[in-house]
Design a protein around this ligand. Structure first.
Ligand code: C2E
Ligand code: MG
Ligand code: MG
Length: 750
């Protein structure tokens, strides 16, 4: 503070030197006639000495930088110097004014008035020096005035006093103002230093930068980091439009953000430089009047975070195995495509594609081969897809197709067919040649539904139908399907109550020993007495029971009922019960079997379970464990519908199977007798070599029976012997069988 006061004071030193000496000579010149020349000369000399001392001190310090601190002594010296000067100047009027003539008095009073004003102003930063200068000068002048005989002396004295008072008041206020100003400046300097330090640290440690724009979006200031980020020289950035550093699409958004005029935070823009992303936070600079004069902002490079985020989004919406969209991605895309545009529901289509028998590949060749096959399929689908569609893998072997422009249903069907055709081919995977085929179900929006969920459900329903119909086909959802879906739905509702309403019952079909013609057992077959539809056959409702998880309870009931019934039959007769693959989902199935046998008091040797090859598609270890555990109880296993599935000899060797049931399509189905004979012959000899017996299903005439006997088939079953019988007919059948053992197969059909 003191340093600043002295600094401000010494600014005037050279000028003060000249003014003082010139004025002193001027005064000396006019007072010479009135005063003793020696005195006058001494007076001028005294003033010159005082000024020169000050000037020499100023000269010596002129080339050194301004001092940061000075001692209180310096202020005292200034005060003393000012006071001496004031006393010297006051001496002149006091000594010589009265004796001077009028014209000299005019010069003296002018000089004194000027010296009071100018000197007081020059010394204003050091208040005591100013007072020490002004007061003696004024007093000296007043003394001269009162001693003179000037008629205006009183008026002049009053004026002089008034001037001096004003000057002193000004000195008082100005010195106060000066102190406050200096303190403010010092404070600002300190703050500036702190902010500078913070900014430097901010820029060094982060990827962030600060910048300022004028109201037209031109850069007025930017921190050095901005130059690094934009790889441009700092100077070249200033004056350029900020948006020049952004990519085309981001420019428009940036302009819009500025035009909105509000502060914004964390808006993301693509930078022109090296495909980077910036996050900008900006705030308008407002003038006191509320007018916007520009913008101030912080920018940071968020490319790394953005890349990570993009990667996450990619992972969340992409199937890792095939690189196609995954189910969530597909749902998002479908939902976006379903959204009405300008109030109009868009024409889209959703297709479900399912590979036929993919599970076999997975189970026989392993998951790696399965993945490879999925990848091949994905590539074929991508290649065959049209531009306005998306392909996704929804999970397992199910793929989703999204047709974005589906106004022309036939065109969509044609595309779907093309996709299907592209898949129906052979692939060589890990040295094994695999043929793939698929089915596709398609639902159209808005005809079949306006939301993704209902379209997906319907596409799924059609797909199921397509597979039921034998696969390798494209099916489209239609009204009839809607009705059957409704129908299935109602059937399912009814079925869920069928058990408690006692609507289910079993019928029994005899199984006959071909060699002796004696009935050796019965196959239990399920029937449903529907209150409105009459008797419903298992092929109509068992798939529904399986699909909706009703098969478990129904299966438990069948096993119990069949065992109870069989317990009443003659000892030598067995009962054969069908077990569907879905029932094996129940891990306690072997316990259920054991419980049924025990509570009916039936020997396990009299129970046979009929399984189908689909069971082998399940996890092998579990299936094997189940079969082994029932086998250990003494229950035998028959493989039903043999020849209709994907029978592989590998399965037959691995699983404990006692009997093969040759499907009725080989006994009395289509194809020439020669072809069928060849197959049946092969099956029988293979079964024999594996130590299994064979049962021929669907034997309807004597001729078939004759050639089955010829080829050595063990057992037979079919309308030739008897149709499946209800309990009452079975009782009569059994009674007759006991009475006349050879007459059973002549029993008329039920
Ligand atoms: P499946 O086990 O192969 O049963 C034989 C089917 O052939 C029975 O049909 C039977 O009525 C029929 N059939 C018997 N002899 C002849 C014949 O000489 N000619 C012709 N054309 N057909 C004959 P059904 O009862 O309609 O059963 C169909 C399928 O439903 C069964 O095939 C079996 O897979 C399943 N099923 C039946 N009952 C049950 C059950 O209790 N549980 C389970 N899980 N499935 C069952
Ligand atoms: Mg069966
Ligand atoms: Mg069968």
């Amino acid at each position: 503070m003191r340093a600043r006061q002295i600094q401000a004071l010494t600014r005037f030193t050279p000028i003060a030197l000249i003014v003082n000496i010139v004025n002193a000579i001027l005064v000396a010149h006019v007072v010479l006639p009135a005063g003793a020349p020696l005195f006058v000369a001494l007076w001028v000399l005294a003033i010159a000495v005082v000024m020169l001392v000050g000037f020499l001190a100023w000269l010596s310090r002129r080339d050194t930088p301004p001092r940061e601190t000075v001692s209180p002594r310096a202020l005292r010296h200034a005060t003393i110097q000012g006071t001496i000067l004031g006393v010297l100047w006051g001496f002149a009027p006091a000594a010589w004014f009265a004796a001077s003539d009028l014209s000299a008095q005019l010069v003296i009073s002018n000089v004194m008035a000027g010296m009071i004003g100018a000197g007081g102003f020059a010394l204003t930063t050091v208040k005591r020096a100013a007072v020490g200068y002004v007061v003696p000068l004024t007093l000296g002048s007043l003394t001269g005035l009162f001693a003179s005989s000037n008629p205006h002396a009183l008026v002049l004295a009053a004026l002089l006093t008034a001037y001096a008072t004003v000057v002193l008041c000004c000195v008082h206020f100005t010195s106060g103002l000066f102190v406050r100003q200096v303190l403010g400046a010092i404070d600002l300097e300190e703050k500036g230093e702190v902010i500078g330090l913070l900014v430097a640290e901010f820029e060094q440690n982060g990827s962030d930068w600060l910048f300022e724009l004028d109201q037209d979006g031109r850069i007025t200031r930017a921190s050095r980091r901005f130059g690094v980020v934009t790889e441009s020289a700092y100077d070249s950035a200033v004056g350029r439009q900020f948006e020049e550093f952004l990519e085309e699409e981001s420019r428009a958004r940036f302009r819009a953000a500025l035009a909105a005029g509000h502060a914004f935070r964390g808006l993301e823009f693509a930078a022109l430089q090296g495909a980077r992303w910036w996050s900008l936070t900006m705030r308008p600079i407002l003038h006191k009047s509320g007018r916007r004069t520009g913008w101030r902002g912080v920018g940071s490079d968020i490319s790394a975070a953005k890349t990570a985020q993009d990667r996450l989004t990619y992972l969340a919406t992409t199937d890792i195995v095939t690189g196609l969209m995954n189910r969530p991605g597909f749902l998002d895309a479908a939902a976006a495509a379903c959204r009405p545009r300008a109030g109009v529901q868009p024409h889209i289509a959703i297709g479900f594609l399912d590979l036929d028998e993919f599970k076999i590949v997975n189970d026989t060749l392993g998951h790696q081969a399965g993945d490879q096959l999925l990848q091949r399929v994905a590539r074929h689908l991508e290649a065959a897809a049209s531009d306005d569609m998306r392909v996704a893998r929804l999970g397992g072997d199910e793929f989703g197709l999204l047709f974005l422009d589906a106004e022309d249903h036939d065109a969509v069907k044609a595309t779907a067919q093309r996709l299907l055709d592209s898949l129906c081919r052979r692939h060589v995977i890990e040295g094994t040649s695999i043929s793939t085929a698929a089915s596709i179900g398609v639902a159209f929006g808005p005809d079949d539904g306006t939301d993704v969920a209902s379209l997906m459900r319907k596409a799924d329903t059609v797909l199921y139908r397509a597979k039921e119909a034998g696969g390798r086909t494209v099916m489209v959802y239609d009204e009839a399907m809607h009705r059957t879906t409704e129908d299935r739905y109602r059937l399912r509702e009814d079925l869920s109550r069928a058990l408690e309403r006692n609507e289910l019952f079993l019928v029994y079909q005899p199984i006959v020993d071909i060699a002796t013609s004696a009935t050796v057992g019965f196959e239990a077959l399920l029937r449903w007495q529907h209150p409105e539809r009459g008797v419903v056959t298992p092929s109509e409702f068992i798939p529904i029971a399986e699909q909706y998880g009703l098969i478990r309870d129904i299966g438990v009931w069948i096993l119990g009922q069949a065992c109870r019934d069989a317990a009443c039959w003659p000892e030598e007769l067995f009962v054969s019960v069908n077990v569907s693959a879905a029932q094996l989902a129940d891990e306690n199935l072997s316990a259920v079997v054991a419980g049924a046998l025990q509570s009916a008091g039936l020997s396990p040797r009299r129970l046979e379970l009929e399984i189908t090859e689909t069971l082998f598609l399940r996890r092998e270890t579990e299936t094997l464990a189940f079969l082994r555990s029932v086998r250990d109880m003494g229950v035998s296993i028959a493989l039903d519908d043999f020849g209709t599935g994907f029978s592989s000899l590998g399965y037959l060797g691995r699983f404990p199977i006692d009997k093969l049931k040759i499907d009725r399509s080989f006994v009395s189905g289509p194809g020439t007798l020669v072809q069928r004979t060849a197959i049946v012959q092969a099956v029988i000899s293979m079964a024999r070599s594996l130590g299994m017996t064979t049962t021929a299903e669907g034997v309807e005439d004597e001729a078939s029976l004759a050639w089955l006997r010829l080829h050595g088939c063990t057992l037979a079953q079919g309308y030739l012997f008897a149709e499946p019988m209800r309990a009452e007919r079975l009782a009569a059948f059994l009674a007759r069988m006991i009475r006349e053992p050879q007459a059973d197969r002549k029993l008329p059909a039920a």
